[in-house]
Design a protein around this ligand. Structure first.
Ligand code: HEM
Length: 519
């Protein structure tokens, strides 16, 4: 017979175990208990609560979508998620009922520790978000975009030039990630701060890319148990320390750029139009404090870095194993543009296959398989399924992008499927028949990415010029993985190397006619 003390310990352990099991299996009961006035239950879903989802969470979600249907629910710790996996449901909830499904959950790590409730992407739906969106809109409207057009053209030239020279005209295999990252970063710095990095070795490039990666890794919809188990929020943890450090680094790096810009304004210098100019000019009337300025400009900038650079990297990862795609695109470029100049943004409408390649890369390798989660700001019942206020609503882009009915043979990289699609992604997102929409890479509804036109222009310039300039060769003993990826929310390929050889004699003459400039 064990001693009474041992029995007591065993009893306590058994009770704890029962409580833990009850907690994790409580969805079985909650699915009957949580109902609206008519008795409608939450959408179907797995019977247990999850503490975290394994790497490549999109595969688990895709499996559940097949098992439970177009709208299913899942508990992550205390948080109820509803996952949207079908285009008409996405439209019905996020677009038609955008007044209800356009908020954001106050994630502990992302919204509270890192962004301290600031920044457009973290703002709950309401006046503050409208203010942020209006300010971002001023930096991204059609007139502002015209102002950035020449610089984006120039940055794409610098991108091609640095790949050409650093890769010794194709003799040296290279990892394109840093260069694609710098291209996207420079475009964002121009739009946000009116500045650019003047060489690939500028320390700001690595610093900003590292901060963007850390932000993506700490802020995924499932990355942190601490977001869903409130008790952990009262305890010190490594993740929380990383989040706090990231907050401080964002203030440090982006705050000092704001101070530099402000001192130029105060000195009477003519400063370029950009987001920070708009913010500083409107700081008093809009009642923006120092942290608002830092977080708005930091998140705006880093939001457009890994996403755009990721798509360029996925394009480069895909193209060596799809020579038929490459040859057709290069043939079209030769026919439409010729070899005595390279493509400009104005050529876009005349090169439908190149545009189709870009759309297809965005479909098969969206940088965010779950966009940025929305949150329900009211109770809502959809087709007999109850979505309580506070539910996080997730766009399951992976399943949406592999929908057999919309994209036959969905796992095949096949740009041909977009050949008759003459719309830009911005136009396509507004189509009334949502089954015709090109893809969901930029989100949906009122929170749809406001940087979409900027991203489209950048991607066109980079990808059409890469196709015009180079042949692409993978290394026989370094296969490029198209299945695995880096990043917990923003996805980029596992680092890879390839050789970029000029496609014809004379290409280098055009590629080499550019020099780094200081703004
Ligand atoms: C290929 C590149 C890009 C991709 C794939 C992308 C994707 C996204 C997605 C999925 C969202 C969330 C949408 C939603 O909640 O439904 C978003 C939001 C946002 N994006 Fe982008 N983005 C890209 C480039 C950019 C650029 C270049 C900028 C700035 C110039 C930008 C600025 C923003 C901002 C400010 C938000 C927050 C909007 C809000 O919460 O209201 N993005 N983006």
């Amino acid at each position: 017979m064990p001693a009474p003390e041992v029995l007591l310990v065993l009893k306590i352990l058994a009770t704890v175990l029962i409580l833990v099991l009850a907690y994790f299996f409580s969805p079985v009961i909650l699915r009957f208990l949580i109902v609206d006035k008519e008795g409608n239950r939450v959408p179907p879903g797995p019977p247990i609560r999850y503490a975290f989802l394994r790497k490549y969470a999109e595969r688990a979600l895709d499996g559940w979508a097949k098992q439970y249907g177009e709208l299913f629910s899942i508990w992550m710790g205390s948080q109820l998620f509803v996952v949207v996996s079908e285009p008409t449901v996405a439209k019905d909830l996020l677009v038609a009922n955008g007044a209800i499904f356009s908020s954001r959950k106050r994630y502990f790590m992302k919204n509270q520790v890192i962004l301290k409730g600031r920044a457009i992407t973290a703002s709950e739906y309401g006046n503050r978000w409208r203010q942020h969106r209006r300010l971002a809109g001023l930096a991204l409207n059609a007139k502002s975009m015209e102002g950035y057009a020449a610089m984006m053209d120039y940055e794409s030239h610098i991108l091609i030039n640095s790949l050409y020279n650093e890769g010794l005209q194709g003799k040296l295999p290279m990892n394109p990630a840093h260069f694609a990252g710098r291209f996207a970063l420079n475009n964002m710095l121009i739009m946000s701060f009116g500045i650019r990095t003047t060489s690939a070795s500028d320390p700001l490039v690595s610093k900003a890319l590292d901060l963007a990666m850390e932000f993506m890794d700490l802020t995924g919809p499932w990355s942190n148990c601490i977001d869903f188990f409130e008790i952990l929020q009262y305890l010190p943890s490594k993740k929380r320390t990383r989040g706090q450090r990231l907050h401080d680094a964002l203030i440090d790096v982006y705050g000092s750029m704001i101070l530099d810009f402000k001192s130029r304004m105060l000195a009477g210098e003519e400063v370029p139009d950009c987001l920070v100019k708009t913010l500083l000019e409107n700081q008093e009337t809009e009642k923006l404090d120092w942290e608002d300025l830092c977080m708005l400009s930091a998140v705006f900038t880093l939001g457009g870095v890994h996403s755009t650079s990721g798509i360029i990297q996925w394009f480069l990862a895909l193209i060596p194993s799809h020579p038929e795609v490459l040859h057709r695109a290069q043939n079209d470029l030769d026919q439409v543009v010729g070899r005595s100049r390279w493509p400009t943004f104005e050529d876009e409408a005349n090169l439908p296959y190149v545009r189709a390649i870009i759309k297809e890369v965005q479909r098969v390798h969206a940088p965010f398989w779950f966009a940025t989660p929305h949150c329900a700001s009211q109770d809502f019942t959809y087709k007999g399924m109850y979505i309580p206020k506070g539910t996080v609503v997730l766009l399951n882009c992976y399943t949406l992008h592999h929908n057999e009915a919309r994209y036959p043979d969905p796992f095949k990289f096949n740009p041909e499927r977009y050949i008759d699609d003459k719309l830009s992604c911005s136009q396509s997102a507004k189509l009334s028949n949502v089954m015709d929409r090109d893809h969901w890479t930029f989100g949906a509804g009122r929170r749809i990415c406001p940087g979409l036109p900027a991203a489209e222009r950048e991607l066109w310039l980079a990808i059409s010029r890469l196709l015009w300039s180079f042949d692409f060769r993978a290394l026989p003993d370094e296969p490029i993985s198209l299945e695995e990826y880096d990043g917990l929310s923003g996805r980029t390929p596992i680092p890879f190397r390839l050789c970029l050889t000029p496609r014809f004699e004379g290409a280098g003459d055009i590629i080499d006619t550019v020099e780094e400039m200081v703004l």
